[in-house]
Design a protein around this ligand. Structure first.
Ligand SMILES: [Zn+2]
Ligand SMILES: [Zn+2]
Ligand SMILES: [Zn+2]
Length: 367
């Protein structure tokens, strides 16, 4: 926390540039007048254990397309994967992409699948047992691998989760989605290209550098005129949770108030390269991070998504410079016209203070 005595550290108003994607900047403005819609206006999430009419609950398997895979493979399923009934991309059409003047389309070829994360209808991630979460991360990996191997046209497999109505989850039963596509999403592409440019210039991975900074770096900023300490930044303050193999960090330029990223501590570009044992540590860091978020926000509703190196012709070239990660973006407010119109995210909670509050949560150790 800044130890500046001249101004209230809770009153911050500055534009922070995302170090990986500089085009993405955030206005951190903690003044009340900037505050968009508050959390209490968001719809509550469904916390029931079993819902008779829910197509994703056990006993209603006939209401979904047949399972692509289940875990465990025999006996009562705990995780179940099916085709999406309303896919945004599908493989059943042959129409080619067309270009008309400045307006271009690419054929909507791909796959869209749903993973029912848990047989319990409204269970939150931090309530799932660690071995269950590790199995879920394993299912993500197994399906990504199968999809990439099934069709060389697929360049990217996006795994994401919308949890709670505030995060756009249309079915309340806890689930994740997998979208395999023939193009690399623009935000991933920007990360990949910018981190490659950073690597060409500095010969190291920018994500590894950010982790090192988070673990070790300290900086003091002096006033240029008086020489007085204007601000002291202890970058270790961005660490939210640390495991043996993974770390959870509050990004300096967080777009969302409670945004947290989880990354492998050792350099790794492709999520497919995580070995089975390490998934247990990922599950532990994830569970603890989500428990912290849930305790601070009070029933976190969020999106999370997995960013991994694209499987395109540049995959090998990007292996040393890109670093896969999980971005967790809790939804505590609704974007305002200012944000949509300017493209500038507004964050009303100082990221340093947010990280401190997340770290301060006392967690009970459990499986
Ligand atoms: Zn259900
Ligand atoms: Zn790295
Ligand atoms: Zn990312």
């Amino acid at each position: 926390m800044p130890d500046d005595t001249h101004t209230d550290p809770s009153e911050v108003r500055e534009i922070r540039i995302n170090p990986v994607v500089p085009a993405e900047s955030v206005l951190v403005a903690t003044a009340r007048s900037m505050r968009p819609k508050k959390a209490e206006e968001l719809a509550p999430r469904d916390t029931r254990k079993h819902v008779e009419t829910c197509p994703f609950c056990r006993g209603n398997e006939h209401k979904t397309p047949p399972a692509i895979l289940t875990w465990p493979e025999t006996g009562d399923w705990q995780i179940r994967m099916v085709e999406n009934l309303y896919p945004v991309l599908g493989d059943d059409r042959s129409q080619a992409g067309f270009a008309f003047g400045l307006q271009q389309t690419i054929d909507g070829y791909g796959r869209h699948e749903v993973i029912i994360d848990h047989f319990e209808h409204g269970i939150a991630v931090h309530e799932m047992a660690e071995p269950h979460l590790a199995a879920l991360f394993g299912v993500y990996q197994a399906r990504m691998r199968q999809l990439f191997e099934s069709d060389p046209r697929l360049k990217y497999v996006l795994v994401f989760k919308n949890f709670g109505p505030a995060a756009g989850a249309s079915i309340p039963h806890t689930h994740s989605q997998v979208i395999a596509m023939p193009v690399v999403p623009e935000n991933v592409d920007a990360e990949v290209k910018n981190s490659a440019a950073h690597y060409a210039k500095h010969h190291h991975c920018i994500f590894c550098a950010l982790i090192d900074e988070a673990l070790t770096f300290e900086a003091t900023i002096y006033d240029r005129v008086s020489g007085a300490v204007r601000r002291k930044i202890n970058v270790g303050q961005y660490v939210v949770e640390r495991g043996e193999k993974f770390i959870a960090i509050k990004p300096f330029a967080s777009r969302y108030e409670w945004e947290v990223h989880i990354l492998p501590l050792a350099h790794q570009a492709d999520y497919l390269d995580v070995n089975g044992e390490d998934l247990a540590d990922l599950a532990r860091v994830m569970k603890r991070t989500m428990a912290r978020l849930d305790a601070v926000i009070g029933g976190a509703q969020y999106n999370f998504f997995l960013h991994s190196v694209p499987h395109d012709s540049q995959q090998q070239a990007h292996a040393p410079s890109y670093h896969w990660h999980l971005e967790i973006c809790p939804r505590t407010s609704i974007p305002t016209g200012f944000e949509l119109g300017s493209g500038l995210f507004v964050n009303t909670v100082n990221p340093e203070q947010a990280a401190e509050r997340l770290r301060a949560v006392e967690l009970q150790d459990g499986p």
